[in-house]
Design a protein around this ligand. Sequence first.
Ligand SMILES: O=C(O)CCC(=O)C(=O)O
Ligand SMILES: [Fe+2]
Length: 331
Amino acid sequence: MDPPFQEKYKSLFNDYTIVSKDKDYSLMNANDECELPLIDLQRLTLEYPEREQCVEEIKQAASEWGFLQVVNHGIPQEMLKSLQYEQRKAFQHPFRKKAEDNILNLSANSYRWGNPRATCLRQLAWSEAFHVPLTDISRIGDAYKSLSASIEAFTTTANALAKGVAEILAENLGVSSTFFEENCPEETSYLRMNRYPPCPFSSEVFGLIPHTDSSFLTVLNQDQIGGLQLLKNGRWINVKPNPEALVINIGDLFQALSNDVYKSIKHRVLAPQQVERFSLAFFYCPTYETVIESSIKPSKYKEFTFREFMMQIQRDLKATGDKVGVSRFLL
Ligand SMILES: O=C(O)CCC(=O)C(=O)O
Ligand SMILES: [Fe+2]
């Protein structure tokens, strides 16, 4: 069922013996372990000063880390468990079936693996994913009814969570209180179900290469295997899994909207050596027409629409093999 990484990327692996002798090349170099700021969202329902303190902690984590963990987030554990179960089942099919048969009947290219643009091992991603725009949920066939029901339930609650956190973060930034309500209808966000198969080259190949997310916010459910790392002050830091918590990270759009008050932090996933790892990422995104412009002056970014942003990413990927991201729009 695993994608044929070694076969498809044979030429990249030919160089493997050379680079693996270079000690500095290893991805496993001492990384600090950290516990992200952990925030109990139940406090948002309490009175002064609990709610206000909680809001401050969320803003603080988003500006200092670009990442936070939340508990009492409104997504029931059973809902997560059933989607995790369905996710495993979907990936269990033979590779050919996943790659060629569009088993879930999603839009074209929804099943992805590796990195077609990789020119060296460092750019390869030892993972596979189903990319599910929320508009596609209704297309999922009857044979996968329990999967589509689980996706629907999860994304509805993840959307409410992302909206709530986005609205809190946008307070005092001069963003209209109806901005997210108006520009992020449920259909414009998407879900990615990730699977990281065991990787015999885990000190040389990433599970997911370093990137920032193109969303406003991402809500992430990772399992207990670990491997997610974020870049803080020039160092890669392990994000220790917490079974009770969801990770929320700031994406590129919020960085621009907040004029850099909040940071879209680079993160990556190390490939697991012996076991498989799963994660679910919900990307909270606006309509393509939405204009991203900060009210904080002087603005660091020129205004752009989400469509312009995504098109620029595609152009940069083609030209450089890499996503340049929001820095493209710096004034
Ligand atoms: O698998 C993870 O923990 C992170 C996934 C991620 O960063 C992404 O899908 O953008
Ligand atoms: Fe990501």
